[in-house]
Design a protein around this ligand. Structure first.
Ligand code: ADP
Ligand code: SF4
Ligand code: MG
Length: 383
């Protein structure tokens, strides 16, 4: 069984007399131990609401949450994160589950020195106090690349740069070696050179600790550089789920295909126009009336408005390549795609290593990861 298995997660906002908003309406995916799983989509598609629901951080009032999110704890129990009581969830957060948010400044308490904020976690979850807690806090800051950690511990969040604040938050998130780390656009607020350093750091930490990472992003470059499997979200539903390589080699959902086609490339002929997806996420129809992407879709056929398309295995696709579309794109990647040139993720490297062990069995019989499909995908189709 997967470490986390999310099945038909639905989140609806709207209290009495308010218009209802179906922020997330049937999101299913899974995360295996040590895996890096991407949740990607444009702004407003439900990425943050999904992560907040998993962490139990949605407000109590005016929100309805449905579905299941089964999480296997370090004690061998399986719990549903969506129905677990507040105090049980609080116990899981930190030791088992941790989250890094987009904006490090608003996630840190501005009037409390960094050191106090880090040592509080060490005291609460690891029972460390006094000198031992301060020593471990300095060690953690050092580990995430913050120079002169003993001095930095005495400083307030506003005295640190944006990149250092995000590093401090990562130190707090990994302080108890959680089994699952959820990173919600952790680099969006940072400039590009710092972004690359933070992603590298996250990768190192998940490799060292065996932590699984749910990487939430709107940036396909981040997905291409890090994720083993990818779930593409559109208007609150997963519309395509696949291993990283099959997704980038042959995106099948017109939205995923369009996302890849709209990435600028340096070697394009001068004056060549970008190919953006037309319209915006507001040009949508309700899923119960058909495919929400229909108003923007170049592959539209009449069948698209005959009920909600279901997430189903792609005909002739790699194992675990699922798509929610009645007329998927079967022509391979758009010409503008460049991201496949990225180096393989660690699990793909493992697959390549096992393929070259000379045991003659090939990657399928090795690490359980297929170099062509690039995944041992635990991604589940939802129906
Ligand atoms: N507190 C809220 N009340 C009403 N609607 C909300 C609330 N929070 C988020 N939403 C709506 O839920 C949808 C998904 O939001 P969000 O998960 O923040 O998107 P993303 O993180 O993908 O940019 C959006 O349409 C947003 O307007
Ligand atoms: S179901 Fe139809 S409208 Fe929706 S993405 Fe597929 S082809 Fe386009
Ligand atoms: Mg968000």
């Amino acid at each position: 069984m997967s470490l986390l298995s999310v099945d038909e997660l639905a989140v609806t906002f709207g209290g009495r007399g308010m218009r209802e908003v179906n922020a997330v309406s049937g999101v299913s995916f899974s995360v295996d131990e040590g895996q890096v799983v991407g949740l990607v989509g444009e702004s407003g598609c439900g990425k943050s609401v999904t992560s907040l629901a998993l962490m139990g951080l949605l407000p109590n009032k005016g929100v309805r949450v449905g579905g299941r999110a089964m999480f296997r704890t370090g004690r061998g129990e399986t719990v549903d994160l969506l129905t677990l009581g507040r105090s049980a969830l609080r116990d899981l957060r930190g030791t088992q589950l941790a989250m890094i948010f987009q904006d490090p400044l608003s996630s840190l308490n501005p009037v409390v020195p960094i050191g106090v904020q880090v040592t509080e976690i060490l005291t609460r979850h690891r029972g460390l106090r006094g000198q031992a807690a301060r020593k471990e806090a300095a060690h953690l800051l050092d580990r995430v690349g913050i120079p002169d950690p003993t001095r930095r511990l005495k400083e307030y969040p506003h005295q640190l740069s944006g990149g250092m604040r995000q590093r401090a938050l990562i130190a707090m998130a990994v302080a108890c070696a959680p089994r699952l780390l959820i990173a919600d656009e952790p680099t969006t607020a940072l400039d590009v050179t710092i972004q690359a350093q933070i992603l590298e750091l996250l990768k190192e930490l998940v490799d060292d600790q065996g932590t699984a990472l749910l990487m939430i992003t709107h940036d396909l470059g981040v997905v291409a550089g890090m994720c083993d499997t990818v779930n593409v979200l559109y208007a609150g539903k997963v519309v395509e789920a696949a291993g990283r390589r099959p997704l980038f080699a042959a995106p099948a959902h017109p939205y995923a295909h369009g996302l890849l086609g709209s990435i600028p490339r340096l070697d394009a002929p001068r004056g060549e126009r970008l190919n953006p997806i037309r319209g915006s996420i507001n040009d949508t129809i309700a899923w119960q009336d058909g495919c929400a992407f229909a108003p923007r879709c170049d592959f539209y056929v009449d069948e698209c408005l005959r009920g909600t398309p279901q997430l189903a295995a792609l005909p002739r696709g790699a194992d675990g390549h699922d798509v929610r579309c009645v007329n998927p794109v079967m022509t391979g990647p758009p010409e503008t795609t460049t991201l496949l040139d990225k180096p393989p993720t660690s699990s793909e490297e493992a697959a390549q290593d096992s393929a070259s062990d000379g045991d003659g069995k090939g990657p399928e019989a090795g690490a359980g990861t297929d170099e062509d499909t690039g995944t041992d995908s635990g991604t589940e189709a939802s129906a």
